[in-house]
Design a protein. Structure first.
Length: 420
């Protein structure tokens, strides 16, 4: 058979050994951060029943209309979808396992999401999100907690130039009134609307406000604003949230055009944006979804959450972080040559691992010079050299590879002390 070379699926990235340290740094920081606030991790499958996303995200949304990887499982005829986001999965999980019987839940997740988008910088077909979901909380205290905790994360990561935008999209009832006004308004400007907007005019006019088409920008900016016709409860919720944010010393901008591209949101919505990543400026988005748990078969449960994109965070880390994330090599690289040296090297490498060191044992032979070149190339801190002399005298030679210090020939016990 002829050999054949394969490429990863378009828009889906391999993460290479030189890149994983930055990912690990970010993931460890996220874990530490979420722990600090008492959020508990959940892991759900990447495949879910297609209906879960249609019901929750909404039929007339970018995601459901054109971005989902859906297929029929030919083995049993089930319609399945690779999750495009995980709020719906999280709620499904909480309802299925009755988590809410034990009271309100602070949950988080991290993992790959899948959307059939046009791949470009900061926009991929497989990407990673970390999200927090607070189920069973009426807010606005929890809304504020979620926003303030994200601000702390930017601090922990050393990120600058991240700005908060908030808005309220009110209750279902006031959204319905607003919807009528929007339809009338956009009907008066049909000639300006693009194809997507015309299609959504009657099914989901709020989505037009979320359009990224620059030709619609000024039309959208002058559209009737929901924030001007809020019901009393939503207005009060928003006011209280604002005071909590101000008390926490957070700066924010109210963006009346911020509506978020998913149907389940109500009341508070927010995004963290940065001017440093070009068109893909949103790092984190979230809001309340008070109706979703009930809609997915649970008891009425108020809720709020957010998701942040890891690829965009990493891109911003690269742009702004002063201290680069170091590529860490092993602590010790063991080189060996000559009679009995290989066996001794195996035993010594393991003895060092027993002491807790990370040890790479040279495999594949070669002379000392070429082995030491490998040791240096993998960023090892020390080389441990075992030749025929060392074997005979039951000693090892230790050579610092980074920075100062001469090679010394010592007992294994002394070498361990030196390494410590
Ligand atoms: P955008 O407006 O950029 O399309 P969105 O509103 O579709 O974002 P959400 O569904 O709210 O995004 O997802 C939350 C976060 O996940 C985004 O703020 C972004 O950081 C990240 N994200 C969303 N889609 C992608 C993607 N295709 N590739 C990489 N990251 C993404
Ligand atoms: Mg999107």
């Amino acid at each position: 058979m002829n050999p054949q070379k394969f490429q990863a699926v378009r828009g889906m990235n391999d993460i290479l050994p030189d890149e994983t340290p930055a990912w690990a740094f970010l993931e460890e920081t996220l874990r530490r951060w979420l722990n600090q606030y008492g959020y508990r991790e959940v892991r759900s499958p990447v495949l879910e029943p297609t209906g879960l996303f249609i019901r929750s995200i909404g039929e007339v949304t970018d995601i459901v209309e054109k971005e989902m990887y859906s297929f029929v499982d030919e083995l049993n005829g089930e319609s399945l979808t690779l999750r495009p986001e995980a709020t719906a999965s999280c709620v499904r999980l909480a309802v299925q396992h009755n988590l809410l019987y034990a009271g309100p839940q602070r949950l988080w997740y991290l993992g790959p999401m899948f959307r059939h988008e046009r791949p470009q910088k900061g926009r991929y077909r497989q990407f990673h999100q970390c999200g927090a979901e607070a189920l069973g909380f009426a807010g606005p205290d929890i809304d504020a907690e979620l926003i303030v905790m994200t601000a702390r994360l930017w601090g922990m990561l050393g990120l600058k130039d991240v700005a908060l935008e908030i808005n309220t999209i009110g209750s279902l009832e006031c959204r319905e009134q607003h919807r009528q006004k929007l339809i009338t308004y956009f009907e008066g400007h049909l000639e300006v609307l693009d194809e997507d907007a015309r299609r959504r005019l009657y099914s989901n006019p709020l989505r037009i406000l979320d359009s990224k088409n620059p030709a619609l920008k000024s039309l959208i900016e002058s559209a009737p604003r929901l924030i001007d016709q809020l019901d009393d409860a939503s207005a009060l919720h928003f006011e209280s949230l604002r005071s909590l944010l101000e008390a926490a010393g957070l700066q924010y901008r109210i963006n009346p055009g911020l509506v978020r591209g998913l149907d389940y949101y109500n009341a508070t919505v927010f995004e963290w944006v940065t001017p440093l990543l070009g068109a893909q400026s949103t790092l984190c988005g979230g809001g309340r979804y008070d109706g979703l748990v009930e809609q997915l078969g649970g008891k009425p449960t108020q809720a709020c959450g957010f998701a942040l994109g890891l690829e965009r965070l990493l891109a911003l880390l690269q742009e702004t972080r002063v201290a680069a994330i170091p590529v860490v090599g092993p602590e010790v690289y063991v080189v060996h040559q000559g009679e009995g040296a290989q066996q001794a090297a195996f035993l010594i490498a393991d003895a060092l691992r027993d002491e807790g060191f990370s040890v790479v044992l040279h495999c594949g032979g070669g002379n000392f010079k070429s082995q030491l070149k490998r040791a240096d190339g993998c960023q090892a801190a020390f080389a441990l050299i075992i030749g025929e002399d060392e074997v005979r005298q039951q000693l090892v030679s230790i050579k610092p590879l980074r920075g100062q210090g001469a090679q010394q020939t010592v007992s294994l016990q002394q070498a361990i002390q030196l390494l410590k």
